[in-house]
Design a protein. Sequence first.
Length: 323
Amino acid sequence: MRSVPSVRVRLLAHVEACRPDTVFYAGAVGLSGAILSDPAARPHQLLFAWLVPTLAWIASLYGGDYFDRELDALTKPHRPVPSGRIPPTTARNLMVLLIGAGGVLAVLINPLALLLALPATAFGIAYAWWLKGKGLWGNVSRGLPTALAFLFGSMAVQPLPAAALVPLAVMFWVHDSGSNLLGALCDRDGDRRGGYLTYPVLHGDDATVRGLTGFHVGWLALAVAWPAAFGDRIDPLAYYLPLAGCAALAWVSLRGVVRAPRPIARAVGVRAHEVLVLERVVLGTFLIAAAGRVGLAALVCVPSLAATALARRMMRGRYEPAG
């Protein structure tokens, strides 16, 4: 009979399940949408713009652990659910609870937010339950909620997002689709064993690297071009300087897999993803600085970067081992 984990073990398991190395990103994206829409947004609006996407992100993590429990039992038995430290029903119930809480908060701040909350929930569950093993469709569906988080941030301060923000939402969508494809490359061998037909399983490493390159070029082109049409909203220096840093970090991540021997070792993909999770924090906050709130951007970005780097170091060998 399996022993019941102690309270400490269970609490640490929930910290692990919440992925503290990724959890700061979604809220930062929501904040960016709010600040870019109204640089003078009130504190409670900023809190909602950060909190709702964060709750949705954590819900997606619990949902992924619940729906992937059989695959994880085969390929990653150390994770919280297959190891028995978090019961599957607890992961499922927390997913539902967090989705519900986020939905209520979203409607309180703006009833029209249901227009975003419903598809975000649908695609998040569909990815974890079914789309993950459907090739590129899975990667693209996983990138969509970040785009919706950005638009929700805008709706936390005004009824509907301005049309000028849609290209940036698409930029986040393309970026996170590529990030998820890199994660699928890391998990290629385990997904193959579990029967998940992800893009790397279906098409191999070279096609996956071409896809990663396409996503990288796509999001960067959108980001570089956006001020040409909507530049009255931003400070060019505060926009392009951190964007250049994002591009450099993203290139370091991409270069690691481009130059790697084939088949690409899991350790190479994990290292590339470690760079990308840091780059995403900067990407999620640079628009705050570009909208004139440099101090707020630093207040969000610097601690988030430090916490992400520390959490990534502590999580290495636990939730996402490189071996």
